[in-house]
Design a protein around this ligand. Structure first.
Ligand code: ADP
Ligand code: MG
Length: 315
């Protein structure tokens, strides 16, 4: 069973929009209307040892990441994070680990004005589940749907570093500190998301890999997209690697937590203003087109193919 087939099935069983549900299963977060005109944006993500983090990762970085991936989903909706709940399943003799974990979690929470308001603690295999709640300005938010043929596909920051770091660690080698930082302590693009509301036509955060996550946008928007490999933004560390391996990390590696969004063509100047205001590179990497899939064009105009387009949990 594949993760996304299961989610589709759950969604069909749960039924569509219920009362007070503006956006339910299928986007980066749910958008709820607790009372007329009010908006609550809700998301949850789990981190399991051996799947989402390594046993030997510094616990403060695991705490940071557990919250960061949730704030990243709120960022993808253009929502401002407010509150979080934290459920921890801890094996025995993990007291020091748990203390450092909480320090890392709360440090990031403070940086984004997020208050930890509840959770759960149990004994069991090491596992973390975080729920984050946020609000929107004037009731407006970003969704995966809304991209139209002709729109530009834009990516923030650089992509591929996290996948590169994971690869280096898996080989038992030392990763470049800046690259390791990208994997262990991703920075949710909250400010960017909030700035894009009302301007970007669709948005998602890159957790499974750019190719797969843009696939979620085209699926929700009923369109296709073409990516241009030579336009993908790479960090200095990654730019040193030769084409094919670097592209695989950039296109199909996950865990970058940058935003991928679509933008009306002809509005590039506004994009540049946002990039310089936030001091964050925004790169046009492709275009929305007719069709139903994401294509990727290599440096010589050839269509690229990879064994996998991104991460999907096999259940
Ligand atoms: P993201 O990577 O942005 O966190 P996911 O790929 O995990 O999103 O999930 C896609 C959508 O499916 C989201 O709207 C999520 O809330 C929903 N979803 C995932 N698992 C479940 C589940 N077990 N029950 C209900 N909804 C789910
Ligand atoms: Mg997401």
């Amino acid at each position: 069973m594949q993760e996304f087939d299961f989610i589709d099935w759950v969604s069909s069983q749960a039924g569509g929009a219920g009362e007070g549900v503006l956006l339910g299963i299928g986007d980066d977060a749910a958008v709820l209307e607790p009372a007329p005109g009010e908006r609550l944006v809700a998301t949850t993500d789990t981190l399991n040892v051996g799947v989402h983090f390594r046993e030997d990762d510094p616990p403060a970085t695991v705490g940071h990441k557990a919250l960061a991936v949730n704030l990243s989903d709120l960022a993808a909706m253009g929502a401002l994070p407010r509150w979080a709940l934290l459920s921890l399943s801890l094996p025995e003799a993990k007291e020091d680990w748990a203390h450092s974990f909480i320090e890392g979690f709360l440090q990031l929470a403070r940086n984004f004005g997020v208050q930890l308001v509840g959770g759960d603690t149990t004994a069991g295999p090491l596992s973390i589940a975080v729920t984050a709640l946020g609000q929107t300005r004037q009731g407006r938010y970003l969704a995966r749907s809304g991209a139209r043929p002709g729109d530009l596909v834009v990516v923030s920051g650089t992509v591929g570093d996290a996948a590169h770091a994971l690869h280096v660690l898996a080989q038992g080698e030392q990763a470049d500190p800046s690259v390791l930082e990208r994997l262990r302590r991703p920075l949710p693009r909250v400010e960017l998301g909030a700035t894009l509301v009302g301007k970007a036509t669709a948005c998602i955060d890159i957790s499974d890999g750019l190719w797969a996550d843009l696939g979620h946008i085209v699926r929700a928007s009923a369109c296709g997209a073409v990516l241009e490999a030579q336009r993908l933004p790479a960090s200095e560390s990654l730019a040193r690697f030769p084409g094919e391996q670097r592209l695989a990390w950039q296109l199909t590696g996950g865990d970058d937590y940058e935003l991928c969004f679509t933008w009306p063509s002809g509005e590039e100047a506004a994009l540049e203003v946002i990039a310089s205001t936030l001091d964050l590179p925004l790169s046009v990497v492709g275009r929305i087109e007719d069709g139903r899939k994401v294509r990727c064009i290599g440096p010589d105009g050839e269509e690229l193919a990879f064994a996998s387009q991104g991460y999907s949990h096999k259940l």
